[in-house]
Write a protein of this length. Structure first.
Length: 435
């Protein structure tokens, strides 16, 4: 029974250790990813600070960094909870081993006392020869062998339990050291959070002083987005008209071929029967439903849909600063956009998120935009300083199509739109690979 308890305790010890280790490893991976995002955000923030005064991009970046810092501290808190649970579990196991050792030592002491009192050979021989029969004597010999083996196992169990307790004590000390290190990291990150909050407050105060200029920028940004959306709608409308013309042309050709086939059939029948029959009137062919899908792009469209959630971002290094839908700014004003705005370095390469055909290239004031068709879906890359593709050109996934330009704040950024053939706006971030 004691051996079974020891085996269960040993199994529980290793299973809990492995489970906790796996969980801590996951938290450490999350921390590494959070720190990577924070470093990238800080780099963009530093670039913006050296180039311009306080602006919306800076506010969004520092706000994102504060959120990342909070997530990092929350991650460290979870790690501390795991370590606390491990400390509690180890201490509980050590206490259990102490009680088990007391029981084992007490039983071992009793067996050793009994063995000492019956230590001479005369007592053992008397015990055997006093048996009532030969079979009884054999049983007594087997009992003595079992009793000796039992005492040996008692000693082994004591040593094994002492070793398990030693392992638990060592692990407990190691966990406490790790907890101390994690607590120091948490204190450091808390101090960093306070500094970032102060920096955020500074930017907010500066932006409040520039309220009029900020409102002008927002108005200009909304106007620019409206122009982009009109250009996208125009491109989709043109693509639909082209598809409608192609469908009508094909339908007309099919109808002409069918009538010609009927005439040939009637002519052949007239010659054989020497009787002429007029060509029967045919019902008008129903116009096919217009769609952007055709034999040439159905596979492309299907592949685009299959890649939802894992499409690459259009820039190698960038941070989303405005998201699809409503965005509340520090001034409590709300801006509603149909794209995701990504801050990046001016002149950075802008790449396609998937293969397709360049539907249109549009100039809006001093910036350019590229619209790419992927079957019945369209991706639009706006706020480009230069373009390196042409209308009608086939492009591949990840191909460079232009360079990022400065936005209204003078900082680098691009706008990514996603639309379907009906002109519905789609949240691009739901289709892109998670950062």
């Amino acid at each position: 029974m004691i051996r079974l308890i020891l085996n269960i305790a040993l199994f529980t010890f290793f299973s809990l250790s492995v489970h906790a280790q796996e969980t801590r490893e996951e938290l450490e991976k999350q921390r590494a990813q959070l720190r990577k995002e924070m470093e990238q955000t800080q780099k963009l923030l530093n670039n913006n600070k050296t180039k311009t005064k306080e602006n919306l991009v800076q506010w969004k970046l520092i706000n994102d960094k504060v959120n990342l810092q909070n997530r990092l501290i929350e991650n460290i808190g979870k790690d501390i909870n795991i370590l606390d649970n491990n400390i509690y579990t180890n201490q509980r196991e050590i206490n259990r081993y102490n009680k088990l050792l007391d029981t084992l030592k007490e039983e071992y002491a009793k067996s050793m006392t009994y063995a000492y009192k019956n230590r001479n050979n005369y007592n053992f021989l008397s015990f055997i020869f006093s048996a009532s029969s030969f079979n009884d004597a054999i049983k007594r010999i087997a009992y003595l062998k079992y009793y000796r083996a039992y005492r040996e196992k008692q000693g082994e169990n004591i040593l094994r339990t002492q070793e398990l307790r030693k392992q638990r004590i060592n692990e407990l000390g190691s966990i406490k050291e790790k907890k101390s290190e994690v607590l120091q990291i948490k204190d450091k990150e808390m101090n960093a959070l306070e500094i970032q909050k102060g920096e955020k407050d500074k930017i907010v105060n500066e932006l409040k002083k520039e309220g009029k200029q900020l409102n002008n920028q927002l108005a200009a940004y909304k106007k620019q987005n409206e122009k982009v959306e009109r250009a996208i709608a125009s491109a989709i409308k043109k693509a639909m008209n082209d598809a409608r013309k192609a469908a009508a042309k094909k339908s007309s050709e099919d109808e002409a071929n069918r009538i010609a086939g009927l005439k040939n059939s009637n002519t052949a029948k007239s010659n054989s029967e020497k009787n002429t029959n007029p060509v029967r009137a045919t019902e008008p062919v129903k116009a096919p439903e217009v769609t952007l899908l055709n034999a040439g792009n159905t596979v492309l469209n299907d592949n685009f849909v299959k890649n939802k959630g894992i499409l690459p971002w259009p820039v190698d290094k960038g941070v989303p600063i405005l998201h699809f839908g409503k965005n509340q700014l520090q001034s409590k004003s709300v801006i509603d956009i149909a794209c995701v705005t990504i801050a990046t370095d001016i002149g950075s390469n802008v790449k396609t998120i998937f293969e397709g055909v360049v539907s249109n290239i549009v100039f809006i004031e001093d910036m350019q935009m590229v619209i790419i068709q992927h079957g019945k879906y369209f991706s639009t890359y706006s706020n480009l300083g230069s373009v390196s593709v042409k209308t009608g050109q086939n492009v591949t996934r990840g191909q460079v199509i232009g360079k990022a330009a400065a936005n209204l704040d003078g900082t680098g950024a691009i706008d990514l739109y996603l639309s379907d053939e009906k002109g519905n706006n789609i949240d691009p971030e739901k289709w892109l690979k998670r950062l």
